[in-house]
Design a protein around this ligand. Sequence first.
Ligand SMILES: C[S@@+](CC[C@H](N)C(=O)[O-])C[C@H]1O[C@@H](n2cnc3c(N)ncnc32)[C@H](O)[C@@H]1O
Length: 310
Amino acid sequence: MSDEQPGGGPQRDRYSDPWNPAQYERFKNERSQPFYDLLSLVDLPDSVVGTAEEYRAIDLGCGTGELTSALHRALAAQGRSVVTTGLDNSPAMLEQARGHSGGGLSFEQASIADFAGLPADYASLDPGRGAPAAPSSNGKHDSLPYTGNFDLIFSNAALQYIENHPALLAALSARLKPGGQLAVQMPANDSHPAYALAQAIAAEEPFAPALGGYLRKSPVLEPERYSELLARLNFREQHVRLQVYLHSLAEVSELVEWVRGTLLNNYKQRLSPELYELFVALYRERLLAELPDEQPYFFTFRRVLLWGRM
Ligand SMILES: C[S@@+](CC[C@H](N)C(=O)[O-])C[C@H]1O[C@@H](n2cnc3c(N)ncnc32)[C@H](O)[C@@H]1O
């Protein structure tokens, strides 16, 4: 993740919800720019005279809900009746998000794989912590409030937690109405030393045995692959790009705080509190030794933005 977090592995449920909204929000401004870039790719709905049909949108991995609320306001700005659901599997994030509910915006606790209707064995790759809703006999999740298809499936910095993007995108595209849009932003920053270092430490003693060999590796594909996927899934229009965001941090130690809010959650969830503390201390020490001691420290961050219309 980059904005990265759990992705399967033997101990994923041992140390429950790893998200800390306050830690995550420390870099709120830096994280909101990609959201607005993604939003600018979406064709916003006009008010439609003579139709009572609601415009249905869903924000997958909505987090604290602040950006979902901005999305909802933008969608409803032209006067169309819009119903937006923010979906997330973190109770801590949802607790904050629910403060934004109202006026057609609501929040649900569920996993993204469950929403997409992916098969049960696929869900094992999903870091979902809530118990998935049981599918009915027709294989659909009829009991969930987000059945039916959507005008917009939106996801900012969350699908990097789900493996197998060809299957995921196929499943999500099946939940779009004709003419519906898919808009996704995902970090793709594994090549940055801050991300490579976390993997290196996780592969060492005493962490490797405690993690059962788990390493957080991003499932995010090269941008060209998404372009091919959207074409194969019969999206009539598409826009896919890789964008580099530059974050000017006061100093390198701020980078440790950044990754603690995201990437290191993968390891936090799988290690005992004592081992996790050791992991962070080692990570901090080596990162500070490895990266230039500059003020400001220029943190470059690659992200994939993709948009398609059925
Ligand atoms: C990096 S945060 C992004 C939050 C928000 N979209 C934003 O832009 O601020 C990722 C969010 O995805 C959620 N998430 C991760 N895996 C998920 C899954 N499998 N199902 C549902 N939510 C998930 C996390 O709980 C977290 O709130």
